[in-house]
Ligand binder design. Structure first.
Ligand code: HSE
Length: 401
């Protein structure tokens, strides 16, 4: 029998509306994973939602949600500590699981909320509060649960990483790069939390709590942001063979836990150096397992919303069933390799003009009068060969771009 699992969305801003969109888009996948049917019963927001598809489910009073026993999951995406904390606590005490992207609440009150969840037999889940789409919390609570964690280093703020990348790669000014980050939905409503390092600081505190159970108040953590970084700092980083990043670190040495957030020269051999723009990267020194790095979109509407949905599926009970397998089946017919669109690296004995005339999106790596090397993305081998049938292709290798 299929049951309806009613959920409530608190906050219909960037992330809240993203959750509704992703749920709609992935409904079949989500319901199949849960084994029941997820339904958004309420959307709580101060704003008028009459022009949204959720007008009929809009509420302005949290009591309506709290007193409705049919709502079992509350997704809190309000931002700020209040009323987010009070609502979350009340929901947990009323036997509803709470899922959040609100790092401020988790970092400050997580200890109370996790306890309340456990006392009431429900979940308080916060994957979306750290690292955007990266499943860092679940990985630490799951695959890494049996190993000692010695150290965590991470780029945990998409906005500052975006700003540093754009300033470095495109010579954008700080203010222009920040404006872009805001426009792309990466920055906080008040971006001071991003650029001061406070947002990274809250996130590393959350990761330390997941790793060691120790909830360090963020006020106690040495925290520097990116506002004082100079061009000389960047040049210095480059001269050292590295790149300047805002890095949050948590270490446990001889039972002493230490945390910090500072600009850092990340040497090019360190995988964290590869995280650019709004990507986050978290490297964990996981005892006998060695080093593990997780990398992905650390900010933005849909990456963060997807992490909320992943927690929602977990809270809805997937782990108690056998739905974590996507339902294996025999697939005896697959698409022909030559028909599938990939990217390709090509060395052709012809001019770049001729290539451009048949492959307008080709990106040239080198060219001379009678030879050129280029990358062509999103095209099947068959189509590429057809387009180049009159030309001499000296090399053709599939590429990852
Ligand atoms: N402002 C945050 C960031 C959003 O840029 O990383 C995701 O927590």
């Amino acid at each position: 029998m299929i049951n309806i699992i009613n959920i409530a969305i608190l906050g219909f801003g960037n992330i809240g509306s993203g959750v509704a969109d992703v749920l709609k888009r992935n409904m079949a996948l989500v319901n199949s994973a849960v084994g029941d049917e997820i339904y958004i019963k309420y959307v709580l927001d101060k704003r008028d939602l009459s022009q949204t598809p959720y007008a009929d489910r809009a509420v302005h009073d949290f009591e309506t949600i709290l007193s409705d026993d049919s709502v079992s999951i509350v997704c809190e995406m309000l931002g700020g500590t209040q009323p987010a904390y009070d609502y979350s606590m009340a929901a947990l005490k009323a036997g509803k699981s709470v899922i959040t992207s609100n790092k401020e609440v988790v970092a400050r009150f997580g200890i109370n909320l996790v306890k309340a969840a456990s006392e009431n037999g429900v979940y308080y889940l916060y994957e979306a509060s750290v690292g955007g789409a990266i499943p860092i919390v679940r990985t630490m609570k799951g695959a890494l649960i049996g190993t000692e964690i010695n150290r965590i280093d991470g780029i945990l703020n998409g906005t500052t990483n975006y700003i540093l990348t754009r300033m470095h790669d495109c010579s954008l000014s700080f203010d222009d790069a920040l404006s872009e980050a805001r426009r792309l939905g990466y920055a906080e409503t008040n971006p001071t939390a991003d650029i001061s390092g406070a947002d990274s600081c809250r996130k590393i505190c959350i990761l330390a709590a997941v790793a060691w159970g120790a909830m360090v108040p963020s006020e106690l953590v040495h925290c520097e942001g990116i506002t004082d970084i100079t061009t000389e700092d960047e040049e210095f980083a480059r001269s050292c063979g590295g790149v300047l990043k805002l890095v949050a670190t948590a270490k446990k040495v001889n039972e002493v836990i230490s945390l910090c957030v500072t600009p850092c020269v990340v040497l090019s051999g360190n995988p964290i150096a590869s995280a650019s723009e709004a990507f986050n990267a978290v490297k964990i020194d996981a005892g006998d397992m060695g080093n593990i790095m997780l990398y992905g979109m650390g900010a933005g509407k849909y990456p963060t919303a997807s992490a909320i949905i992943s927690d929602m599926i977990y809270a809805a009970g997937m782990r108690d069933k056998h739905h974590s397998e996507r339902g294996w089946y025999d697939l005896s017919k697959v698409a022909e390799y030559a028909d599938i669109r990939y990217a390709w690296c090509v060395l052709a004995q012809t001019s770049s003009d001729e290539i451009a005339s048949v492959l307008p999106k080709a990106c040239f790596l080198s060219r001379s009068d009678d030879e050129c090397t280029f990358i062509c993305e999103d095209i099947s081998l068959k189509e590429l060969k057809e387009k180049m049938s009159e030309m001499t292709v000296k090399k053709l290798i599939r590429a990852l771009v």
